[in-house]
Design a protein around this ligand. Structure first.
Ligand SMILES: Cc1cc2nc3c(=O)[nH]c(=O)nc-3n(C[C@H](O)[C@H](O)[C@H](O)COP(=O)(O)O)c2cc1C
Length: 361
């Protein structure tokens, strides 16, 4: 019998293990991807979605978003937009910077993106989708892939049709997040659609949505026959999830990070952020994301509040030391004296947050 977790290829690029860090705007930047990659178990990383309007107008932020480290390969750049000409130009730019794969975002529900025909707007405008994919395909030699949603409205679920059309235009991998645009992030992702797509296209198919445990990953492979599984929010809460899945796939006990490992991970992430971006941006990102890694730990909410109130590198390092010293000693963490209220960074729960308030680098 075919092993449940088996590498697959996008053209000649091996995705091994078949676990993909799902693209997340405001999250999967160069530092976050580096952090996850170093934990192990990831077969492919994808950039945040990058605006083709920004890229083709030389917006420095958009260009920065294409950066990656050589040892991150294979690495995909994901672009979004609705204008075929700009999508083609941006795809060429991604190939020029050395990306291994060019991924087209056909799922972002943000009104700002959909209004211009991009993101999930492409799910209800197949002719535009086909024009864009055909244009891109003509222009690049690296594989083109797509990430789609179940459909635009809850009553117009058309993922199978979208996938077939994308394949017809030369897409070499289909990733499906099984929610509709209308659904946003409510309810659960429909993985039956992943199985249905797998049955009708020849290119590899991966599924995305709600995988947060080792068991769920194995279940989704088994139930759908998909080639790959994407993990997004689950990796924010547990950056070791890929490694743990890979451990179990190889018959090992899954790696269980100790408190010391978690502290080291936070420090490593902060160090990477400071290497990869200006200090203020690094502090902003740290406040936004570090808290995610401490969800479920004792006193975690107070720790996140304390981080949120920190304004310098030193303060952040002090808060991390205090927090971990306290909980390692088995004591109660009370946060900052005189600041009993809980204030957390706004939840990062979709690409919408980033298009509405692009505050982080
Ligand atoms: C904060 C956030 C940002 C996201 N940004 C993107 C994006 O830029 N491109 C994309 O294709 N999907 C994006 N998504 C969707 C995820 O890639 C993924 O498909 C979805 O969250 C479901 O998977 P999960 O339950 O593993 O998170 C985003 C999701 C979140 C939570």
């Amino acid at each position: 019998m075919r092993p449940l977790v088996k590498s697959f290829k996008i053209r000649d690029i091996e995705i091994n293990p078949p676990l993909i860090l799902s693209p997340m705007a405001g999250v999967t930047d160069i530092s976050f991807r580096r952090l996850i990659k170093q934990r192990g178990g990831v077969g492919l990383t994808v950039s945040e979605f990058i605006s083709v309007e920004g890229l083709t107008r030389n917006n420095p932020k958009s260009k920065r978003q294409m950066r990656f480290y050589e040892n991150e390969r294979p690495f995909a750049v994901q672009i979004f937009g609705g204008q075929p000409e700009r999508m083609r130009m941006a795809a060429e730019m991604a190939e020029e910077v050395g990306a291994d794969i060019l991924d087209v975002n056909c799922g972002c529900p943000a009104p700002k993106v959909v209004k211009h025909g991009g993101g999930s707007g492409l799910l209800k405008d197949h002719p535009r989708l086909e024009t864009i994919l055909t244009e891109i395909k003509k222009a690049i030699s690296i594989p083109m892939t797509v990430k789609i949603r179940a459909g635009y409205y809850d009553h117009t679920i058309n993922a199978v049709e979208t996938a077939k059309r994308a394949e017809g235009c030369g897409a070499e991998h289909i990733a499906l997040h099984g929610r509709t645009k209308e659904q946003g992030y409510r309810g659960l992702a429909n993985w039956d659609l992943v199985r249905e797509i797998k049955q009708v296209v020849k290119v590899p198919v991966s599924g995305s949505g709600d995988v947060t445990t080792i068991q769920q990953a194995f279940d989704r492979f088994r139930e759908t026959g998909c080639d790959g599984v994407l993990i997004g929010r689950g990796a924010m809460a547990n950056p070791c999830i890929f490694r743990q899945i890979e451990d179990v796939a190889h018959g090992r006990e899954p790696f269980q990070p100790t408190l010391e490992d978690k502290r080291a991970l936070l420090l490593e992430y902060f160090e990477m952020l400071q290497q990869d971006m200006p200090k203020l941006a690094a502090i902003g990102r740290m406040k936004q994301l570090a808290g995610q890694f401490t969800r479920g730990l004792r006193g975690g909410a107070l720790f996140r509040t304390a981080l949120y109130h920190s304004h310098s590198v030193e303060e952040i390092l002090d808060r991390i030391s205090e927090y971990f010293e306290t909980i390692t000693a088995g004591k109660q963490y009370f946060g900052e004296a005189g600041r009993p209220e809980l204030v957390e960074a706004p939840a990062l729960d979709s690409c919408e947050a980033m298009t509405a308030a692009p505050v982080l680098n």
